[in-house]
Write a protein that binds this ligand. Structure first.
Ligand code: 13P
Length: 247
């Protein structure tokens, strides 16, 4: 099944209300490029404002708790995020796995919590630099993904983000991206059967306007998860345009 490219901005811990100027400019560009599915995951504090301020892009969260409610000071459930206006949630980002010690089992539980209320999920995986240097990156990431996947694949996307490529300006060889995405596809079809072929696998890590076309052309790359370059329309729109120009 051929699907639209999915280009998602992960704003991480960036963005006050003033950033809505950029979000609205990105929204206008997305209207002009309907071949591409565009979304932004702003900080949770901006979800409701963004949902009201944009029309043509999805709005998502960067994390959720796995429980529906309860004594978890400072956390937000999937249902709370959806009520604020999020229609998907990113789970298992390497920064959360590192900063908050999230395990594969935690990531799976969070994905299932979001799916249980019909939210989309973008599930992140990726290797460290030492793991890449070991020559075992594909096996390691395949194992990480298999252990993190929810039981069902409804509204699921996967993001392959090599940790050493995040925010560094370094990007893997296109052949390495191709090999990893091929490997992750087999993990998905092993788990979900034919439906695993339709799960989009995004690439993330130093995606910019000038490398997006090359990365998006790789077989089994169904979109991009973009950090720094998604914070401004000037940075993000060329990536969306590169997706629109793919065959
Ligand atoms: P950069 O695009 O800033 O490298 O970040 C990638 C990322 O972590 C997106 O989730």
């Amino acid at each position: 099944m051929s699907q639209r490219y999915y280009i998602v901005g992960n704003w991480k811990m960036n963005g006050l209300r003033s950033a809505m100027t950029e979000a609205r400019a990105i929204d206008r560009a997305a209207q002009r490029l309907p071949k591409v599915e565009v979304a932004i995951a702003p900080p949770a504090t901006l979800i409701a404002t963004m949902r009201e301020g944009v029309t043509h892009i999805g709005v998502g969260a960067q994390n959720c708790h796995m429980a529906e409610k309860g004594a978890h000071t400072g956390d937000l459930s999937a249902q709370m995020l959806r009520e604020a206006g999020a229609d998907f949630v990113i789970v298992g980002h390497s920064e959360r796995r590192a900063d908050h010690h999230e395990t594969d089992a935690d990531v799976k539980a969070k994905a299932e919590a979001a799916q249980s209320i019909d939210m989309g999920v973008i599930l992140c995986c990726g290797e460290s630099e030492a793991e890449r240097d070991s020559g075992e990156a594909e096996e390691i990431v395949a194992r990480q993904l298999a252990a993190s996947l929810p039981d069902g694949c409804q509204r699921l996307s996967v993001a392959y983000e090599p940790i050493w490529a995040i925010g560094t300006g370094r990007v893997p060889q296109v052949s390495d991206v191709a090999a990893m995405h091929r490997r992750l596809r087999t993990v998905l079809t092993d788990k979900y059967g034919d439906a695993g072929a339709d799960v989009r696998i995004l690439y993330g890590g130093s995606v910019k306007g000038d490398n997006a076309a090359e990365l998006l052309a790789v077989p089994d790359v169904g979109g991009a998860l973009v950090g720094g370059a998604s914070l401004t329309a000037d940075g993000f729109v060329p990536i969306i345009a590169a997706a629109a120009e793919q065959d």
